[in-house]
Design a protein around this ligand. Structure first.
Ligand code: PEP
Ligand code: MG
Length: 900
């Protein structure tokens, strides 16, 4: 079996399409090598070896022979030997999962450097200081990553080995009066290396392996084991990455960006990842190793003029400093974009004026950038319309609909500090200083801003629950910036004025001190920080040309119509602006709680004879007519589905003594009578009780009043020259006779209104399908319905037998124990509830080919469910107004995926 894939000198065993086997990094290193791009030679150990190792705690047979052969191949290309005294080869050992997990797993650099190979490397590089610096870095990294974390050795001194060695270094610098690492001489570093080794042996009870092969095997095992490290697991959980994927390991010739001033290292994006502009964008550091750029210890230089920030504006760019190399890098960038047809995130190293590419991968970008890049690449002819649509996730779209700091509020506020705008949008919240505190405050339901000197992968759980992130250090490609951008979070980095005091849980900025819990606001688009809460505002999507273009393409591609659920005129207008093509659910019950209406409602419910009930209910007619007038007007000529009264009547009853007293006066009946009527209306299972169409069947005057209000509003609008289209919808129907019963009343009223107003109008009558029986007898129901609208909230409740209001009592436990995959009230349960929907559609259309079918449960705004509804052949989905653009994109993506 093939466990290892080699790459180097223009040849590679693997290719970009083998991410599952070689991980993203390995697959792309192979691809770049094939493209003739300069990549240091190396090999990738497959993810299959990782899963084998996890299961058996040992390697598969023949694995060691394959390692030896592959190492030999690199040695031939490089004309060096691993472990050789004269001409040693050094390698890096890095993780690389199928999906990028930045910083979550381990890396060991400079593997193969031992006391024996040191002279050879000094002869190669001519730089003794560089070699001892690399050696002490290896010792520190190896003792931490391999010996302590992977092999589980613990220091007898009770502190982390890395911290202990840092202490040795600090002590030494103090004794020599040195304040900066760069001032350490070769002799200092040589001395420190042997001190480190002594400390490791005494603290961990095991010596640092001064042998190239041992180092290599130790590093490979450590990378595999880091797949199951705490932070990798947390990240996988958040990102939904399966545990069984495993990581690949890349063993690759070391190239050094820290071999003097003609060497450098950098990271870049082929386009700006924050705005999407088509500008090469990146950062670099002369005489440094890759980790130095990401760690945010030094402020990196800009790659070119388009990459400058307020922090780096005075620093020379690579374009100015080394135009020749910049030119080569720029060509590689163009080649990679044309090849991958997507924005790439690159890592490069320049060793003595020679460029090496260490990585390319699809660049993470925020929502605004994702949309712009896809639309630009479509214009540039790099991708097709379908590819452009599939490039944008619904989360990206959600993100650009997020809030920003209100410009007026910001104009009048004093800027407390400024950093780099790493993740756009605005956020305010209570400040906390550790990831753990972020979780605690979040559990209390608070908005949080997490403030750190710099973040590390250990902080991801706290970053995830924060509304915004603010760091004192780091550049645009620092850990905080990358992670926040990936999640579309507001983030400011490199805000160097912050003086964080972790002990007191406070931060000082100039002469202002803020404590944990104080509120600040971040503008992640400008980098400004404010010492109070500023109001946020929704984005201006109307004038966003990229958003509009995306929506246009989505609309051309989708076949599902998109409607909105709303019962307010303003929301209906908002929904229409977002592209809604009608209202799929106008719930009428919310309309009855205003003071003038609730007393008439109560009177109606508590009346004991038909006459007084009718008198009471007719008091509601003018209110309802106005409600419907506004909504139908906002949507005309699109259809508006108005659902007649649905909830159990007792929801409207008076609860307090004063409410009962006031009702008794209004109705002129004793309070005792009201109390006994309330008691009579009590139900043990109101969700399965006197609700839905059962109300209209028992009290047809409710149906009649609501229908009359709908049709009078329609008539008024018709007279004003508009063309409204009401669809009257009956809730909670379980059998055809229930619907026929209600339909009769509605048609009757429509005729009466048309006659008395002498005007004709269009309307239709249909039903919600939200009970299993309705799905199963849909063929009968469809004979008396013009439309169906699946009420998947109630259908989920009645199919699972889960109370939709109390499900949180056990659902998290079920999800945790893998008894259920996710919340079925959020994403449709395709095997159960979905199957009933399919039956309902098929049976319904079997007797009524023209039946219009939609869905108006919460699932109408969920991308996965939308895909299912598309496949099932529905005509439309209806969701909340702010989800409409997301539903438009999801419907287009569903059409592409299901090839229709
Ligand atoms: C439903 O049950 O899915 C529905 C849309 O109605 P409601 O949520 O009002 O019960
Ligand atoms: Mg319902």
């Amino acid at each position: 079996m093939k466990f290892i894939y080699n790459f180097g000198e223009g040849n590679a065993d693997g290719a970009a399409n083998q991410k599952g086997l070689l991980g993203g990094k390995g697959a792309n290193l192979a691809e770049m090598t094939r493209l003739g791009i300069p990549v240091p030679p190396g090999f990738t150990i497959t993810t299959e070896v990782c899963t084998y190792y996890m299961k058996h705690n040992t390697y598969p047979k023949d694995f060691d022979t394959q390692i030896a052969t592959s190492l030999n191949k690199i040695e031939k290309i490089m004309n060096q030997r691993f472990g050789s005294v004269e001409n040693p080869l050094l390698v890096s050992v890095r993780s690389g999962a199928r999906q990028s997990m930045p910083g979550m797993m381990e890396t060991v650099l400079n593997v193969g450097l031992t006391k024996d190979t040191i002279p050879g490397l000094i002869a190669q590089s001519g730089d003794k200081r560089f070699v001892y610096d690399a050696y002490r870095r290896l010792i520190m990294m190896y003792s931490d990553v391999v010996m302590e974390k992977a092999q589980g050795l613990t220091s007898k001194n009770g502190i982390d080995i890395r911290e202990e060695l840092e202490g040795v270094l600090t002590e030494y610098k103090k004794s020599k009066g040195i304040d900066d690492d760069t001032k350490l001489t070769a002799e200092d570093l040589k001395f420190l290396s042997s001190k480190f080794k002594e400390h490791i042996e005494s603290a961990l009870g095991k010596a640092f392996p001064d042998n190239a092969k041992d180092q290599l095997w130790g590093a490979i095992a450590a990378v595999f084991k880091s797949w199951n490290g705490k932070r990798a697991k947390t990240y996988r959980h958040i990102e939904n990455i399966p545990d069984e994927w495993g990581t690949a390991v890349n063993v690759q010739t070391m190239v050094f960006g820290n071999m003097g001033e003609s060497s450098a290292t950098g990271v870049a994006f082929t386009r700006n990842p924050a705005t999407g502009e088509n500008h090469f964008y990146g950062e670099w550091l002369a005489n440094a190793q890759g980790e130095d750029v990401v760690a945010g210890i030094r402020t990196p230089n800009p790659l070119n003029v388009n990459s400058t920030t307020s922090e780096s504006i005075h620093l020379p760019s690579l374009e100015q400093e080394n135009p020749k190399i910049y030119d080569v890098l720029d060509k590689v960038k163009n080649q990679l974009e044309v090849h991958y047809h997507d924005m790439q995130d690159l890592e490069f190293t320049i060793q003595k004026d020679r460029l090496w590419m260490l990585q390319t991968r699809t660049g993470k970008r925020n929502g605004a950038a994702a949309i712009r890049i896809a639309m630009d690449m479509l214009d540039e002819g790099l991708i097709s319309e379908d590819e452009a649509l599939m490039r944008i996730s619904t989360d990206h779209l959600d993100e650009i609909m997020h809030e920003t700091v209100h410009p007026e509020a910001e104009k009048n506020a004093d800027v407390l500090a400024t950093g780099l705008p790493a993740g756009p949008g605005g956020a305010f919240g209570h400040i906390v200083f550790t990831a753990e505190d972020a979780e605690k405050w979040h559990a209390l339901g608070k908005n949080i801003i997490l403030i750190r000197n710099e973040t590390s992968p250990e902080d991801v759980h706290g970053m995830h629950v924060s509304s915004g992130i603010l760091t004192a250090k780091g550049g645009m490609t620092s850990h905080a910036a990358l992670v926040a951008r990936g999640w579309g979070k507001c983030c400011i980095v490199g805000c160097s004025d912050l003086q964080i005091n972790l002990k007191n849980k406070s931060v000082s900025i100039h002469n202002i001190t803020l404590k944990e819990g104080d509120i600040i606001t971040l503008n992640g688009s400008s980098g400004n920080v404010y010492a109070n809460e500023l109001s946020l505002e929704k984005p201006d999507l109307k004038n966003n040309q990229y958003f509009n273009k995306l929506m246009d393409i989505s609309d051309r591609r989708r076949t599902l119509k998109i409607r909105a659920n709303t019962d307010r005129e303003e929301d209906a207008s908002q929904a229409r602006q977002f592209g809604a093509e009608g209202i799929g659910l106008c719930r009428t019950e919310h309309m009855f709680f205003e003071p003038e209406r609730i007393s008439a409602m109560r009177e109606m419910i508590l009346s004991t004879d038909k006459e007084s009930r009718r008198n009471a209910v007719m008091k509601l007619l003018p209110f309802q007519r106005d409600d419907f007038y506004g909504i139908l007007k906002a949507m005309a000529p699109f259809p508006v589905t108005i659902r007649l009264l649905d909830p159990p009547l007792h929801e409207f009853l008076p609860h307090t003594d004063s409410q009962i007293n006031s009702l008794s006066k209004d109705m002129n009946v004793p309070t005792s009578e009201i109390t006994s009527r309330i008691a009579a209306l009590h139900e043990s299972n109101p969700m399965l009780g006197h609700r839905g169409c059962r109300l209209g069947v028992m009290y047809p005057e409710i149906t009649e009043m609501q229908s009359q209000a709908i049709f009078e509003a329609t008539t008024k609008l018709k007279k004003e020259g508009l063309n409204p289209f009401p669809e009257v919808m009956i809730p909670l129907v379980g059998s055809a006779p229930e619907l026929s019963n209600q339909r009769k009343h509605i048609i009757n009223i429509a005729k009466k209104v048309q006659q008395s107003e002498s005007i004709q109008f269009d309307y239709s009558v249909g039903t919600m399908i939200e009970l299993p029986r309705a799905c199963i007898t849909a063929n009968e129901i469809a004979e008396v319905a013009e439309f169906f609208s699946f009420g998947t909230n109630d259908l989920t409740q009645t199919t699972y037998g889960f109370s939709r209001d109390d499900v949180s009592t056990f659902l998290p436990y079920y999800i945790d124990k893998n008894i259920i995959k996710g919340d079925p009230f959020q994403s449709i349960d395709q095997n159960g509830v979905g199957e009933l929907v399919k039956i309902g559609v098929q049976k319904g259309r079997s007797t009524n080919a023209n039946l219009k079918i939609g869905i108006c449960g919460e699932h109408g705004g969920d991308p996965k469910s939308i895909s299912f509804f598309h496949k099932t052949g529905l005509n439309y989905v209806s969701c909340s107004p702010f989800r409409v653009p997301i539903a438009r994109l999801s419907a287009a993506q569903a059409a592409i995926l299901h090839n229709l």
